[in-house]
Design a protein around this ligand. Structure first.
Ligand SMILES: Cc1ncc(COP(=O)(O)O)c(C=O)c1O
Length: 409
C-alpha cells in the first residue's frame, strides 16, 4: 500500500470555507424556502465583472493563438517580460523592483503555500492569529507543525495575537523566529499596518535574519495615503521580505487567475553549513520545475489592468467595494456592535453581541437573516468573539444585508 503524507491527518475539520459551505447546504436542505433569499458575504470572492480593458486584451490574445504567425505555446515559466515589466513599473514605480525579481503565477493562494518548498525543516514559523488559514494549513501539510490542541493551535507554530488592543497588528515577539507571515491590508480583520509598525517588523526580521512573507493581496483597497502599499516601501525590506500580490481582488481575476511573487536578489536563506543562498534562485528553480507559466491570454489581461483604461476601471471597482464596506460598517455600528476594518480593506470585522460566540453568530445570521458571514473562530483562536462581513457584493445585496441587520439584534 502507498503510504500517505500523515501530516494531512493533523488538519482540523477541513478548510474553513468548505465547512461554511457544508453548513449552508444543510440549512438549504432544511429550509429550502428561506434559503432562496440567502445573501453570501462569507468567502471573499468578487462579484463585479472583469474590467473591459482586461477582457478586450484577453480576447485579442485568444485570437492571436488562432493564427499561425502569432500563435504561442509554452511561455517563460517566470511570466512574459511584457507583464513583469508592466508590474515593475506600475506596481513598484521607483521602489527599484526589477522585472527579474517578479514571478508570475496563477494565484497568491498557491504562491503563499508553495513558498514552503524552498525552506528546510526546523524553521520557527510565526503566523498572526486570526490568520488567512492557508498559511497555517500549508505548514501543517509540509510537516512543520505537531498536532493541534483544543483551541486549534498547532504545536510548533508561534501565534502572534491580533486583538483590538494592538489594532490587530501583532507585537514584535520576544523570541527569535525564522519565517513570519504578515498580511496587510489584513484578511480577515480588514485592518491595515502603519509605516512605523512595518518598520518595526523589518528591523526585527533583519536583526533575527528572519524572512517576512508579506501578503499584499488587498493593496488596491488602501485609501489612506500614509499606509504603505508594499513592504518594499520600508527601508531594508529588500534584504528580508518576499511579497505576494494578486490580480484577484483589484482586477476581479478570482476566476481568471493571475498573481505574482516578488523576491529581490538580496533576500537570502542559509544552508546547514552557514552558506548564504539567494531565495530568488531557489524559487526560480522551483517555479520552472513545477509550473509552466500562467496562460498567455491571462497575462495579457493582467497587463491591461495597468493600462489607463484598466486603471480607471479598477479605481471604479475599488470605489464600489469600499462603498459597500462603509455601508456595512455603519449598519453594524448602528447596532452598537464594535467594528474594525473596512477603511483600507474590503472586510468588516465585527465583535459578536454579548453572550454569542462566532459560530453562534454565523448560525444566527444564517437562520434569522439568511446572510452568510464568516465566523472569526475559523481564522484562529483569537478570532473567537468576532465575525467577518465581506464587502465583495452588489450594492443592492449590501443594502439588503444592512436592512436585515437592523431587524436582527
Ligand atoms: C490574504 C489572501 N491572500 C491570498 C488570497 C488568494 O489570492 P488568489 O486568488 O490570487 O489565489 C486571498 C484570497 O482570498 C487572501 O485573502
Amino acid at each position: 500500500m502507498a503510504r500517505i503524507n500523515e501530516n494531512f491527518q493533523k488538519l482540523k475539520a477541513g478548510y474553513l470555507f468548505p465547512e461554511i459551505a457544508r453548513r449552508v447546504n444543510a440549512y438549504t436542505e432544511a429550509e429550502p424556502e428561506k434559503a432562496k433569499r440567502l445573501i453570501r458575504c462569507g468567502i471573499g470572492d468578487v462579484t463585479e465583472p472583469v474590467p473591459v480593458a482586461a477582457r478586450e486584451a484577453m480576447k485579442k490574445a485568444v485570437d492571436e493563438l488562432g493564427e499561425r504567425g502569432s500563435f504561442r505555446g509554452y511561455g517563460p515559466e517566470q511570466g512574459y517580460p511584457f507583464l513583469r515589466e508592466a508590474i515593475a513599473e506600475n506596481a513598484y514605480g521607483d521602489l527599484d523592483i526589477h522585472p527579474d525579481d517578479i514571478f508570475v503565477s496563477d494565484g497568491s493562494k498557491c504562491d503563499s503555500g508553495n513558498i514552503l518548498d524552498i525552506f528546510g525543516p526546523g524553521n520557527k514559523i510565526a503566523v498572526t492569529d486570526p490568520v488567512y488559514p492557508v498559511y497555517v494549513d500549508t505548514n501543517v501539510m509540509a510537516g512543520n507543525t505537531g498536532e493541534a490542541n483544543d483551541a486549534g493551535e498547532y504545536e510548533g507554530l508561534v501565534y502572534l495575537k491580533c486583538t483590538p488592543e494592538n489594532g490587530f497588528v501583532p507585537a514584535i515577539p520576544e523570541e527569535k523566529v525564522d519565517l513570519i507571515y504578515l498580511c496587510y491590508p489584513n484578511n480577515p480583520t480588514g485592518t491595515s499596518a502603519t509605516r512605523e509598525q512595518l518598520e518595526a517588523w523589518v528591523a526585527y526580521a533583519k536583526k533575527c535574519d528572519a524572512i517576512l512573507f508579506y501578503d499584499a493581496a488587498y493593496e488596491a483597497f488602501i485609501q489612506d495615503p500614509s499606509v504603505p502599499r508594499s513592504i518594499y516601501e520600508i527601508e531594508g525590506a529588500k534584504d528580508c521580505a518576499i511579497e505576494f500580490r494578486s490580480f484577484s481582488k483589484n482586477g476581479g481575476f478570482t476566476g481568471v487567475r493571475c498573481a505574482f511573487t516578488v523576491i529581490p536578489d538580496t533576500v537570502v536563506g542559509t544552508t546547514a553549513s552557514g552558506e548564504s543562498v539567494p531565495l530568488k534562485q531557489l524559487w526560480g528553480r522551483r517555479h520552472s520545475t513545477k509550473f509552466n507559466g500562467a496562460s498567455y491570454p491571462v497575462q495579457r489581461g493582467a497587463e491591461a489592468i495597468y493600462s489607463e483604461a484598466g486603471k480607471a476601471e479598477v479605481a471604479e471597482l475599488v470605489k464600489h467595494y469600499m462603498g459597500n464596506a462603509k455601508l456595512l460598517k455603519k449598519a453594524c455600528e448602528a447596532l452598537n456592535l464594535k467594528v474594525w476594518g473596512g477603511e483600507n480593506a474590503p472586510y468588516v470585522w465585527v465583535g459578536c453581541p454579548e453572550g454569542v460566540d462566532s459560530w453562534g453568530m454565523f448560525q444566527k445570521m444564517l437562520e434569522e437573516a439568511q446572510v452568510v458571514v464568516t465566523p472569526g473562530a475559523g481564522f484562529g483562536a483569537a478570532g473567537e468573539g468576532f465575525f467577518r462581513i465581506s464587502a465583495f457584493n452588489s450594492r443592492e445585496n449590501v443594502e439588503e444585508v444592512c436592512e436585515r441587520l437592523k431587524a436582527l439584534i
